[in-house]
Design a protein around this ligand. Structure first.
Ligand SMILES: NC(=O)c1ccc[n+]([C@@H]2O[C@H](COP(=O)([O-])OP(=O)(O)OC[C@H]3O[C@@H](n4cnc5c(N)ncnc54)[C@H](O)[C@@H]3O)[C@@H](O)[C@H]2O)c1
Length: 144
């Protein structure tokens, strides 16, 4: 059995869930690629993370060097191919079967063979999502 050491995390969708997942991962010193198809949504999500981190400085939770490091860990992109080297990709895009199936089909082709894929879906069967890929054994449901 092979094991995957997670160093680079991809997040699909920079909305409410995706930006939170990306923020926590970047603060935990993982390198993070945050992908959204919508530039405006991506900019909003990235700006939101920055605001949250800056607020932490104002509240004395951490200092500005921590913010700089966390933001440095984060790469926002509208190019799905930028996820290709990720060890783990967490999908948090719009809750829509068609959209999610298409995302997983594309991810399956883009990311390396041993990468783990996870979905933050709140209502769609993970078995159905896994069937859109050729790596059902590497598919996780990631609910918060
Ligand atoms: N909001 C919650 O409290 C909550 C809780 C648990 C689970 N979830 C689940 O998390 C997921 C995301 O929810 P949310 O509330 O963050 O949604 P949201 O609407 O805030 O954000 C969705 C983002 O996905 C992006 N997107 C849409 N299609 C895309 C594609 N093909 N590729 C890349 N990005 C795409 C949109 O541009 C948007 O920025 C959903 O599956 C939802 O059911 C949400």
């Amino acid at each position: 059995m092979s094991s995957t050491e997670v160093k680079l995390i991809g997040v699909v969708g920079a909305g409410q869930m995706g930006r939170g997942i990306a923020q926590v991962a970047a603060m935990s010193d993982y390198q993070v690629v945050l992908f959204d198809i919508n530039q405006e949504g991506l900019d909003f999500g990235h700006g939101f993370i920055k605001k949250q981190l800056d607020r932490g400085v104002e509240k004395g939770k951490w200092d500005s060097s921590f913010v700089e490091k966390a933001l440095g860990n984060l790469k926002p992109t509208t190019n799905m191919n930028d996820l290709k080297d990720c060890d783990l990709v967490i999908e948090a895009a719009t809750e829509n079967k068609k959209i999610k199936f298409e995302i997983f089909k594309s991810l399956d082709e883009i990311v390396k063979d041993d990468a783990i894929l996870a979905s933050n879906t709140s209502s769609i069967s993970i078995t159905e999502i896994a069937a859109a890929t050729k790596r059902a054994e590497k598919l996780l449901e990631c609910t918060l």
